[in-house]
Design a protein around this ligand. Structure first.
Ligand code: DC
Length: 223
């Protein structure tokens, strides 16, 4: 089978990360988590005291920021200007800040070029919000992974439980806020691409979703 560029978009808590990772693994592809790039920009903005709506400050930050993924013994790490920030971008504060900076055009413009460069070599699964609509409109296979709001909230709660004291109510608020921010923004809002294959994972296991995706991929690749 030829090497493809596959995109997976969808709302927070739909299971994109687990599924994208497993799908990339079973195809022997690279996996790129574009949300981590927005989180990286948010983290660096906070570190430098740049507000999420300070476009001038964000533009300057993007100009001096060297942000990249590096694969090594500890898996894929997110590096900004030589610092490994992989473990620091998953806090609730950075999560909300990432959603806020992702609505700014200066940030999206900067990351658009970076993501397009990363997609020059095929054999890759890109996970995000606008992969199939804006960044890779010509992707070979596009998926939009969704699940009911209640399921997404419960999944996120269970995922965070071992390392966070966040209550179910807090997680519900966070997911609903992010849904609103990510879908209502004018720039590259979260929505399925016209030619995306929509998968509702509410009653499906990770294995079932990945198998379903592989079936679609084989069908498309065989055309
Ligand atoms: O997938 P995530 O939760 O790590 O993403 C963090 C934020 O980044 C999310 O709230 C929206 C934004 N994002 C985006 O706007 N476009 C993408 N391609 C990926 C993430």
């Amino acid at each position: 089978m030829q090497f493809l560029l596959i995109t997976i978009d969808g709302p927070a808590g739909a299971g994109k990360t687990t599924v994208s990772r497993k799908l990339a693994q079973s195809l022997g592809y690279r996996y790129i988590d574009t949300g981590a790039l927005y989180r990286g920009v948010a983290f660096e903005a906070k570190l430098r005291g740049i507000r999420h709506d300070d476009d001038e400050g964000l533009e300057h930050l993007c100009r001096v920021l060297d942000i990249k993924f590096v694969s090594g013994k500890k898996g894929t790490r997110l590096i900004t200007n030589d610092s490994d920030i992989t473990d620091q971008i998953r806090t609730p504060e950075i999560t909300m800040l990432a959603s806020a900076v992702s609505a700014r055009s200066v940030v999206r413009k900067y990351l658009l070029g970076l993501q397009k460069d990363m997609g020059k070599e095929k054999g890759v699964v890109f996970e995000g919000r606008d992969m199939g609509t804006v960044v890779f409109p010509d992707a070979d296979v596009k998926f939009y992974l969704d699940a009911s709001c209640k399921t997404r909230i419960l999944r996120r709660y269970k995922e965070l439980l071992p390392k966070s004291s966040a209550t179910l109510e807090e997680i519900e608020r966070d997911i609903k806020n992010r849904d609103e921010n990510d879908s209502a923004r004018t720039l590259a809002p979260l929505k399925p691409a016209k030619d995306a294959i929509i998968i509702d994972s509410t009653v499906l296991s990770v294995k079932e979703v990945v198998e379903l995706m592989l079936t679609h991929i084989q069908k498309i690749a065989g055309r």
